[in-house]
Design a protein around this ligand. Sequence first.
Ligand SMILES: NC(=O)c1ccc[n+]([C@@H]2O[C@H](COP(=O)([O-])OP(=O)(O)OC[C@H]3O[C@@H](n4cnc5c(N)ncnc54)[C@H](OP(=O)(O)O)[C@@H]3O)[C@@H](O)[C@H]2O)c1
Length: 321
Amino acid sequence: MSNQNYVTLQPSGDKIPLVGYGTARIPANETEEVVYNAIKAGNRLIDGALLYSNEPEVGRAVRKAIADGIVKREELFIVGKLWNSFHEKEHVKPIFQQTLDNYSLEYIDLYLIHFPMATEFVDPKEGLNFLNAKKEFNLVKAPLQDTWRELEDLVDAGLIRNIGISNFNVQSTLDLLTYARIPPSVLEIEHHPYLQQRRLVNWAQSQGIQVIAYASFGNAVFEKFPPGTEHLENLMKHPVIVSIAKKHKADVGQVLLAWAVNYDVIVIPKTVKIERMKTNLDIHNIKLDDQDLKSIAKLEANARFNDFFENTYGFDFPVFA
Ligand SMILES: NC(=O)c1ccc[n+]([C@@H]2O[C@H](COP(=O)([O-])OP(=O)(O)OC[C@H]3O[C@@H](n4cnc5c(N)ncnc54)[C@H](OP(=O)(O)O)[C@@H]3O)[C@@H](O)[C@H]2O)c1
């Protein structure tokens, strides 16, 4: 349990804020202003990805915030992610360089392998997706070990401060740990009361790998639901969460974020609303008690909303199995 504002990453010793800001699904033409406002509101951890198609605008916001004296570069923690179609070793460095150029920064703080699956190369100009332009899901034989070696080189070159993984399970992480010269600092996963992943979180943390949660608000923000999860009520309207929010004079978003942070899980909520940028950050005084934690533990439903089914992503692939 912790009410600290930062956790420390291994092996770099860098500090990462427990509460940050996500940039997925912010339209590119709004991103510069929105992310600038997020930094102005106090956010220091910015979670981005090439997939989100707004890296140049995130970079402009970051540079403007620095130029305006709101923040110094070393106070920011900037994240990027290697997309699935660039795992083959010859593609890793060029595509990372594109991210660095998009951000127009000298280094980034964390670079994650977005998913533990390698798909065929696509020209980034054609737009990124899980599927190719013909709507096919084509895996390629790119050993993760080769991909990881490229990332380690980029750390050695001083262009990335920390490397990590996203959407990995224990099995794939264990394998990575057998050969990683630089171990992963972070595991980013879907995490909310309907998918608590307590054993995975505990195990990762026991290995010195910090956990970042995405989709902290659960099904409240998804439009299409994987089979077997459709019946679940909107997490943000769930009576258990609503009553805990009332008890702590907080809003439901704050309760869901404070719940994750209670377990030292880093959160990166996305919002375009300035008021929410502030309230989502202002959670360190919300101390959930044992009764709150027990009630939330009972909401576990093993419900993964960001999963690959025909009705969600247009293809079926059990990457989390
Ligand atoms: N590694 C991965 O595979 C992966 C996958 C998904 C996401 N991510 C990262 O995680 C970040 C967060 O995940 P997410 O964007 O999917 O979902 P999220 O942050 O859980 O939810 C975002 C949604 O919740 C709303 N919202 C934000 N704060 C709120 C509050 N306090 N009360 C009520 N509603 C609130 C936002 O609406 P408004 O904008 O209207 O406020 C938005 O629709 C992403 O931006 C991305 O950086 C990573």
